[in-house]
Design a protein around this ligand. Structure first.
Ligand SMILES: Cc1cc2nc3c(=O)[nH]c(=O)nc-3n(C[C@H](O)[C@H](O)[C@H](O)COP(=O)(O)OP(=O)(O)OC[C@H]3O[C@@H](n4cnc5c(N)ncnc54)[C@H](O)[C@@H]3O)c2cc1C
Length: 301
């Protein structure tokens, strides 16, 4: 089925949340690049989201769900169809047995603050990772030895067939990876944490944040651009390929951390894509290793 602007208008009219037309995705990504989304929506809550998704599906309109846009490179042609942000799914509910139900739209920082207030430890590492909890689950984000999926008891997702709740051992996940069906959306998860004294949790949050100080690169970025290959470090391979500080257009290999590509001002997505290709081919030549992007690349060229 082919869809038209009139179909998008019907979807937009029904939603209770934020509606933006031809919205530059550079406003919603930490790299600050990316062309416009035909329609950008932030549904107000889960009911609003479900209705929006149902309308998009029945009109055959493509839909991209995003969190904070901290791991996203949107091409310069932008996104045809609808971008849906889950910011409205921001519920946090403590449960007996050191457990928390967390909505996909909760920020990692709000989650770790709330867990500390509840004297629940085990996810402090997330305080150092920008983005939404849904994005952290989708990427199985991790730092300092911790990974988001380690603490998941139940994952709730939405597929065309309806809501699905699965235990962690029913899921396939790994380093920066969680297997989802195409179009499957994470609504939230139940975390199992550990009772810990609040002071200790807050100290470890401060330590994680302090450790990040040395990584501050000073320009818009998306964190590590490439995954670390088995047994190695992407930053080291890029450095050894002689690319520290290398620039294409407004995109640069950071002088501070060579696995961070930064927007020095006025960069296009095409600059980042060209720089990423250059890095991959140089690292292949010098080390014989094929780097794989950690950043998700979406949209039209
Ligand atoms: C300065 C900096 C430091 C960083 N450090 C780290 C780090 O230490 N460790 C780390 O792992 N990452 C790190 N990152 C990358 C980024 O913060 C994480 O990948 C984060 O989890 C992305 O979350 P997000 O909400 O921004 O997701 P987005 O960038 O919005 O989305 C990422 C992907 O997940 C999908 N997605 C998002 N939400 C959902 C959902 N609800 N359902 C289905 N799919 C969804 C999107 O479609 C997209 O494919 C860093 C980034 C920056 C800018």
């Amino acid at each position: 089925m082919t869809w038209s602007r009139a179909h998008l208008e019907q979807v937009a009219q029904g939603t209770q949340g934020t509606v933006l037309w031809d919205e530059p995705m550079s406003r919603h990504t930490s790299l600050r690049v990316g062309g416009p989304a035909d329609l950008y929506l932030e549904p107000a809550d889960i009911d609003d989201l479900q209705r929006v998704l149902e309308q998009l599906r029945s009109a055959g309109i493509p839909c991209l769900v995003i969190g904070g846009g901290y791991n996203l490179l949107v091409r310069d042609g932008g996104i045809r169809g609808c971008v849906v942000s889950l910011k409205g799914l921001d519920t946090l509910e403590p449960l007996p047995g050191a457990r928390l139900d967390v909505g996909a739209g909760v920020t990692n920082q709000a989650l770790t603050r709330f867990a500390a207030q509840q004297c629940l430890g085990g996810i402090e590492f997330l305080s150092a990772i920008p983005g939404s909890f849904g994005g952290a689950l989708a990427m199985n984000a991790g730092a300092h030895g911790g990974e988001t999926m380690q603490r998941v008891e139940l994952l709730t997702t939405l597929r065309e067939s309806g809501v699905l709740v699965r235990k962690r051992d029913e899921l396939q996940y790994g380093y920066r990876f969680l297997k989802l069906e195409p179009g499957e959306i994470i609504l939230g998860a139940r975390l199992r944490l550990e009772p810990v004294e609040r002071r200790l949790i807050e100290e470890s949050i401060q330590e994680y944040i302090a450790k990040r100080g040395g990584q501050r690169v000073g320009f818009p970025n998306a964190g590590s651009f490439f995954k670390n290959p088995a047994g190695g470090s992407a930053w080291r391979l890029i450095d050894e390929a002689g690319l520290r500080g290398w620039m294409i257009g407004g995109a640069q290999v950071s002088e501070v951390h060579t696995n961070f590509l930064v927007n020095k001002g006025g960069a296009l997505a095409a600059d980042f894509l060209a720089l990423a290709e250059l890095i991959k081919s140089r690292v292949k030549e010098t080390a014989g290793i094929e780097l794989e992007e950690e950043v998700r690349i979406v949209g039209e060229g």
